[in-house]
Design a protein around this ligand. Structure first.
Ligand code: UN1
Length: 517
């Protein structure tokens, strides 16, 4: 254990979460096994080894899918509120283990402890939501055109759901999918990120314990571990009717094509290129808080992170100066230490991408306003700490069009009407989150109108990140079109059936067709 790990109670957190030095990364619930290579998980906080996880082989996967498929056949017959009761108990455990899990998320992924706790809170919230939902899952009834007929629709569980999640939200995204899928009556197989394998095992440990206590069939919460190759096996498997994948646009295109080729369903939550429009009527103080948290929170590694600020020329200098000033106050360092605002990037590859984005913006003619750079020396030994940077740039720069998962903020000017700002905001291939800062009702409503933001999320007077679980989460265009979490996102985890019942002694045909024998 490293000094930081000792000081911030990581050893105890690992113990509370049932983690060993080496863990099996394959599980069908009670049963944990794994015969693949070992992944070593190093913390980006201090570069220390946290623990090891054994990966899933093709044979291991076969055991998982067979068990999940068999388990589903029983699970689907449980009344949904009983499934909700299991999720409620799982949630009790999340509440009990919020601190150790939040701490592990922070130490293994590098986000601040506050944000680690926030992520576990999202899990708790979605479980609460799912428990209520377990007494609903309702379809519509409609009137039949035929006398003595009744028509309605009902939702049945779909089957085995494959979940592929990313390192940046290593636990919440899993729970957005599983909490809903479980109450819907599905079995879930989770491939977490190979960059955060210990948090995946920790979550599986919690689910496994609660599920075993409730005699939930084996396989309903399953885990597989490894790189894209094991994900590919699951994506191509026709025994998995739905693949929910969160990650890069590049990965999403591969997954979407593989799933579509077998006519499966996919739920994609891919990259964003989120902008805040700042109009002449904006509250500057709130704009600064929203923009800075959006750009540097999670070290710029949220898919909802603020990448672009589109500022009206009349207040451009004022907003620019206020944001540059705020960046000077940022404390970068150990994310477990609550005095710091910004932790490390996930790994050295991410640092390279960050550096290359800064080089490219200069090459394309951008103007650096807040200098970036990799931090060295005491406290920065992992080599993953970078300075959040700001560049003045044009929207059509290649690098601005591209999502860089790092704290690099591009700022640009617009003139005239808010429609000019909207053109810039919508002028990217991604369509996840967007925001406008304004106290002008007309501008706000135009931003929300059919001619306004083309994103899945459009906020007024808050930033682009930090969505609540109650709304459907996801985006348009190359963000993939999927919706997870709240509202009616649950429907994707179920199959809809339209039922027409004839309670007469006749057999009248629809559309008035006569067919007499
Ligand atoms: C993600 O980055 O993949 O809206 C999810 C937010 C968080 C979730 C982000 N609730 O910023």
């Amino acid at each position: 254990m490293s000094e930081i790990a000792e000081k911030f109670g990581i050893k105890q957190a690992l113990k509370d979460l049932g983690l060993q030095e080496t863990n099996n990364g394959t599980s069908t619930g009670k049963d944990f096994f794994s015969s693949g290579d070992v992944i070593e998980s190093y913390s980006p906080v201090d570069g220390a080894l946290i623990g090891k996880v054994k990966t899933t082989t093709k044979e291991d996967y076969e055991k998982v899918i067979t068990t999940a498929t068999a388990g589903f056949k029983e699970w689907r017959t449980w009344p949904a509120p009983q499934r909700g009761e299991v999720v409620r108990q799982f949630n009790d455990e999340l509440r009990r283990l919020k601190e150790p899990l939040g701490k592990l998320v922070s130490y293994e992924m590098g986000k601040s402890y506050q944000e680690g706790l926030g992520e576990v809170q999202e899990m708790i919230d979605i479980c609460d939501f799912a428990v209520g939902l377990s007494r609903q899952l309702h379809g519509l009834t409609m009137h039949s055109e035929r006398p003595g007929h009744r028509m309605y629709e009902q939702y049945h569980p779909l089957g085995v759901v494959g979940i592929i999640s990313a390192f940046n939200f290593p636990v919440a995204v899993w729970s957005w999918n599983t909490a809903l899928a479980w109450v819907c009556g599905d079995a879930c197989i989770w491939k977490g990120s190979e960059k955060t394998p210990l948090t995946s095992v920790a979550c599986q440990n919690i689910a496994a314990r609660v599920f075993a206590e409730n005699n939930v069939p084996e396989g309903i919460s399953s885990l597989i571990t490894g790189d894209y190759k094991i994900g590919e096996i699951m994506t191509n498997d026709k025994r998995v009717p739905l693949i929910s994948a969160t990650g890069s646009i590049r990965m999403g295109k591969i997954v979407a094509q593989a799933v579509a080729a077998r006519l499966g369903k996919s739920l994609l939550e891919l990259g964003g290129n989120n902008a805040i429009i700042v109009t002449p009527d904006a509250d500057i103080k709130n704009t600064v808080i929203g923009a800075v948290f959006g750009a540097v929170g999670t070290c710029g590694q949220r898919c909802t992170s603020t990448r672009r600020l589109i500022i009206h020329e009349s207040i451009y200098d004022k907003v620019k100066d206020a944001i540059v000033k705020a960046y000077k106050q940022l404390r970068i360092g150990n994310p477990l230490d609550e005095n710091n605002h910004v932790g490390p990037l996930i790994d050295k590859d991410a640092v390279k991408n960050y550096q290359s984005a800064l080089d490219k913006v200069v090459e394309e003619g951008g103007n650096i306003l807040v200098e970036g750079g990799v931090l060295e020396g005491e406290g920065y030994e992992s080599g993953c700490y970078v300075k959040p940077a700001i560049a003045e740039a044009k929207n059509d720069f290649k690098i601005v069009q591209h999502e860089t998962f790092a704290p690099v903020l591009y700022i640009m000017k617009y003139s005239g009407d808010v429609s000019n700002a909207l053109e810039l905001q919508n002028g990217v291939v991604q369509g996840l989150s967007s925001a406008i800062m304004t106290n002008n009702l007309r501008e706000a409503e135009r931003f929300l109108s059919v001619e306004g933001s083309d994103c899945g999320i459009a906020n007024v007077n808050i930033g682009t990140s930090g969505a609540e679980i109650g709304g459907a989460f996801g985006g348009e265009k190359e963000t993939g079109g999927g919706r997870e979490s709240g509202s009616d996102a649950w429907k994707v985890y179920m199959r809809r059936q339209t039922n027409t019942i004839n309670y007469t002694t006749e057999l009248p045909l629809a559309q008035g067709i006569k067919f007499d024998l």
